[in-house]
Design a protein around this ligand. Sequence first.
Ligand SMILES: [Fe+2]
Ligand SMILES: [Fe+2]
Length: 222
Amino acid sequence: MKLALDIVKKNSKIKEFIHQTEIYLDSLGFTDHGFRHVNIASDRAKSISKKIGMNAHEQELAGIAAYCHDMGNFLGREQHHYWAALLFSQVFLNEADNPNDVSTIAQAIVSHDKDDLKIVNKVTAVLILADKSDVHRSRVKNVRGTNFKKDIHDRVNYAIIDNDLIVDPKSKFIILRLKLDTKFSAPLEYFEIFTERMTFCRLAANYLGYKFSLEINKFKLL
Ligand SMILES: [Fe+2]
Ligand SMILES: [Fe+2]
C-alpha cells in the first residue's frame, strides 16, 4: 500500500488514538490537541511543503506526519512524541510499500517535541512549523472553566484572534503573523511560554533555507 493522507485519515486505529487524546487532554484542561489541531497542522504542512517546492510525495508525507504527531498524548504527555511515532509505525510498517516513508514520518513525529533536536529531513522541518504555529483562540477548550485566565496557555491562545503563516520563496522568509487582543494577554506573555516553540520554528525554517520572522500586531519581534 502506498501511504496517503486520505488512507491515514480513514484508518479506524488512528481515529481512535486522536479521539482518546482529546478525552485525555480535555480531562487535564489542556488546549486542543485533537482533530481540530491535527487537521490544521496537516493542511498547513501540505501548504508549506508545496510552497517551498517539495515534491508531491514529500507533501503527502508532511501532511501525514502532521496529522499523526500528537496522537500519542493519551498514553502520557511527557513522551507523547515517542508514543505517537511508535503507534504510527505499528499501524503502518507492515502495510506500507516503502519502509522509508514510515521511518521518515516516525522521525518527524518524534522530533516535533524533542529536547536534543537535530533536523535531518524536510518533512521534520515542515511538521515543526505547521505544529508550533498553531496558536489561536479556537484552541482554548475550557473558556467557561475555572482555570481559564489563570492558565497562561489558555490566556495567550485566547488572545490570538488571527493567525497567518506566510511562506515567501522570493525573499526566503517564513513569517508567523499574529493578531493579539491585549485585553487577554500581552506580547511578553507570548514569549514567556512560546520562546522554545519560536526557536524550533527558526531552526526548521533555517533547515529549509529560509529565515523565520514573528510579527505580533504588526510589530516585527523576531
Ligand atoms: Fe506535540
Ligand atoms: Fe501539536
